[in-house]
Design a protein around this ligand. Structure first.
Ligand SMILES: Nc1ncnc2c1ncn2[C@@H]1O[C@H](COP(=O)(O)OP(=O)(O)OP(=O)(O)O)[C@@H](O)[C@H]1O
Length: 784
């Protein structure tokens, strides 16, 4: 602030000194006029000093052409000089031509007139001081102090006497010296000390003793050596010319040095420029365009009747404890200690078995124990990772809802220093579970229908909406079910990204998904290119550099928001589009983490042909809601357990090894509606964030019609399709007993051959060949 204020001063003085607003040409003309005038004044003043008495009588005859003055500038010189020197300030008047000359030079050379104003003020102060001082000392000489000097002295002396005037003059001189020349007692002291030192040095040789002479002698051979090497160098050229190869080497080195120093210089220049920009305009603020954007408030979320914490049912705890102890006793497993941790939906009983009991024994009895406890959703963790204990999770009779409001309001979420914080819910020990999506870096969510997947997705999106400004994050929403994510339509121009030609930001059509995924791949490649140019490794560093104005927008640099791709029903996609979807998804998943594209994929069909090996390998962070079989649980988590969950948002989260049981935060549709309404009613960007355009190969078909590459069953499949007049992959699968992927490939080949029409979403493809005869004809024609 202080800096700014100091800065603003010169601009105002600039305004004053340059308030004439002259063009460059005018300035040159006016500047020369002032210089000429100052020269004229100077000569007339000098001349006046010698001719003033002769010319005095002529002063009244200014208009008389015949009258001639002795002044070098004739009557003009005599009159002006009389005015300045005699009636004005005496010798001090010489300051005026000097000031005029300086002003003239400033204008002539087009210099910044910052200090000109100061010069005039100090010049005029000087004029008054000199004129009074000269008037004081040479009262008899009217030309020294001028009439003003004389009158001022007279006036002052009437009141304060001669000594008073003298003291005032001395004081004024001190003021002038201190203010104008920054005189200070220390400066004067230093000056004299330096002078004394130099004088001492100068006198040293005279007082030299024998020892000092020796020193002097020592320096002599040194200087001789220097001369020696120099003369030796002169001998080098003939040697170099003999060995021609040697000559090139030293020539190259300085060239490299130069380049390096050039690059370093350029870099330095760029940093200086960036620093200056930051100094002048501050750091780049991506949020500025929507500077007034207000984050959704907590009261938009429902507390869901939870007043705080979990109610402990002592009876239930005792009952469960006894059952566990008795059951284990039946299997001859003694317990040394038992501890309960009450979570929102389940209570964890942590057991320390008696010495000598093998954990594997308990593990083998897992199912029997669960059966004996006769409760749904019992999960046995033997042993609890990192502890030597065994955990038995038993569902609470009255599960309490974990409201989204409580997790958003939690300190852990509010203070989370993460790039993309997500508050999933609460762990079994009732702690809010917050993770960074940027670190995951992609998330797979699976679970049987109705177990809380959609609520989980909403919780993820809501978390991000509560933490991230529209400038920082963009969602690409894919919703083949067409109903789950529609609410987010309202925040299209704030938070959504879409393809340039699409009307709807939320993608419900599977063909468009392929284009969007490929467009995201292009965006990924573009971003990598930008990162390379900026010489940074990830989006965080890139954006930091961009904010510090070290990246020039003219070179294509821009602030990069995180892009989150959310696919609500992945199974639907992969079933219909197969490889076309799997390949870009896998590519994005493999490469997109560094450039800020993160994928969240949800599916209610956790089978191996949906969650394929490639997908699994690239989605280390996975969430399983309740599933119906152990196999499904393994497909999602690589371990069982999800089949023992109780549903309603009870979930298992893994990001590698450990599996954490979490009660997902509950956010209901009306709450999401309120949040989107709140955001949507605020000022937005003109349109949704635009993704790069993707033009499908050969206007959308990337199909290969190479006969040699066709599947062996191609002909059989074509017949099946034509006979049934139904272009569906599942029909081929069933009739020919083929796998899904192979059937999908055959359908693609049939399309390329013109036997079936293009993909039409959930409907079966149109069959373009009416009967077997026509099919024969078509295939024969192909081979010709
Ligand atoms: N975290 C939760 N806390 C409490 N209840 C929940 C939670 N999540 C889901 N539920 C309950 O389960 C119901 C079904 O949830 P949701 O719609 O998310 O299931 P889904 O898995 O998405 O189903 P589908 O796959 O059919 O869309 C919700 O209406 C709600 O009553």
């Amino acid at each position: 602030m202080a800096k700014k204020r100091r800065k603003s001063k010169p601009t105002t003085s600039k305004k004053k000194s340059g308030s004439l607003k002259l063009s460059k040409k005018d300035k040159v003309i006016l500047g020369s006029l002032l210089i000429v005038l100052s020269i004229a004044l100077f000569f007339s003043f000098i001349s006046y000093y010698f001719t003033w008495q002769e010319d005095q009588s002529l002063l009244t005859e200014f208009t008389n052409r015949n009258a001639e003055a002795s002044n070098l500038l004739n009557k003009f010189g005599a009159a002006v000089s009389h005015f300045f020197m005699y009636q004005g300030f005496g010798l001090a008047s010489f300051v005026f031509p000097i000031l005029l000359a300086i002003t003239g030079l400033y204008l002539f050379l087009g210099l910044e007139g910052k200090s000109l104003w100061n010069k005039w003020i100090w010049g005029l102060i000087g004029v008054i001081w000199i004129s009074i001082a000269l008037g004081f000392f040479a009262i008899e000489q009217p030309l020294l102090g001028g009439l003003i000097g004389y009158e001022m002295n007279d006036f002052l002396q009437d009141y304060i006497g001669k000594i008073g005037v003298f003291l005032i003059l001395i004081f004024a001189l001190v003021v002038i010296l201190v203010r104008l020349f920054n005189f200070s007692p220390e400066a004067i002291g230093n000056y004299f000390r330096e002078r004394r030192a130099t004088v001492k040095d100068e006198f040293k040789p005279v007082t030299v003793t024998s020892g000092e002479v020796e020193l002097n002698l020592e320096t002599k051979p040194d200087s001789e050596v220097k001369i020696d090497t120099y003369t030796h160098k002169k001998d080098i050229p003939p040697l170099n010319t003999e060995a021609g190869l040697d000559v090139n080497l030293p020539k190259e080195e300085p060239a490299i040095d130069l380049e390096v120093s050039k690059v370093a210089e350029e870099k330095e220049e760029a940093t200086i420029k960036a620093d200056k920009l930051v100094k002048d305009f501050g750091e780049f603020d991506p949020k500025l365009e929507l500077g007034n954007y207000k984050f959704p408030t907590l009261d938009l979320l429902d507390p869901h009747g939870v007043s705080g914490g979990i109610t402990i049912n002592q009876e239930e705890l005792e009952e469960n404890k006894n059952r566990i102890v008795n059951t284990l006793k039946n299997y001859k497993i003694g317990i040394a200690q038992i501890k309960a941790t009450i979570g929102p939906t389940v209570t964890l009983y942590e057991i320390v078995p008696e010495a000598g009991i093998r954990i594997s024994k308990i593990k083998n009895l897992e199912d029997d124990i669960a059966l004996s406890l006769a409760a749904l959703g019992i999960r046995i963790i033997a042993p609890i990772p990192g502890k030597g204990t065994i955990g038995i999770e038993v569902p609470n009779k009255n599960a309490s809802i974990v409201s989204m409001r409580s997790v958003i309001a939690s300190k852990k979420f509010q203070n989370a220093e993460m790039q993309l914080p997500i508050a999933f819910g609460k762990t079994i020990s009732n702690e809010t579970f917050v993770v960074d999506l940027a670190k995951m870096p992609h998330l797979l969510m699976a679970g049987a229908t109705g177990q809380g997947k959609s609520v989980g997705l909403n919780a993820v999106i809501t978390s991000l909406l509560y933490k991230k400004h529209p400038a920082e994050i963009k969602f690409v929403l894919v919703d083949p079910k067409k109903v789950e994510l529609t609410l987010f339509n309202k925040i299209e121009r704030h938070y959504l990204a879409k393809l340039p030609d699409s009307d709807e930001a939320i993608i419900t059509d599977n063909t468009k998904v392929i284009n969007t995924l490929n467009s995201l791949c292009i965006e990924m490649d573009n971003r990598y290119e930008l990162l390379k140019l900026a010489m940074v490794r990830n989006i965080k560093e890139y954006n930091t550099k961009f904010k510090a104005r070290k990246l020039n927008p003219n070179d294509g640099h821009k602030f990069l928001p995180y892009i989150i791709l959310v696919v609500d029903e992945f199974a639907d996609l992969i079933m219909t589009a197969g490889k076309e979807v799997e390949t870009p998804i896998a590519r994005l998943a493999q490469l997109a983490r560094a450039i800020g594209i993160h994928l969240i994929i949800a599916t209610q069909r956790p089978s191996v042909n949906v969650i394929t090996g490639i997908i699994k390998a690239n989605f280390p962070a996975r969430i399983a809601f309740r599933v119906t079989s152990k196999i499904d649980s393994r497909t999602i988590l690589d371990t069982q357990g999800a089949d023992q969950l109780i549903g309603r948002g009870d979930m298992l989260y893994t990001q590698g090894n450990d599996v954490t049981r979490i009660q997902c935060a509950f956010v209901d549709t009306p709450e999401v509606a309120k949040i989107t309404e709140y955001i949507g009613s605020q000022r937005a960007y003109p349109s949704a964030h635009e993704l790069p355009e993707y033009v499908g190969e050969d206007s959308g078909t990337s199909l290969d019609n190479d006969i040699a590459d066709r599947d062996k069953m191609f002909r059989d499949a074509a017949e099946v399709i034509v006979i049934a007049q139904q272009g569906s992959a599942s029909l081929i699968q069933r009739k020919l007993k083929l796998g899904y992927n192979r059937a999908g490939r055959i359908i693609d080949q049939l399309e390329a051959a013109g036997i079936v029409g293009p993909f039409e979403g959930s409907k079966a493809r149109q069959v373009l060949v009416p009967d077997i005869y026509a099919l024969d004809q078509l295939l024969q024609n192909e081979t010709k």
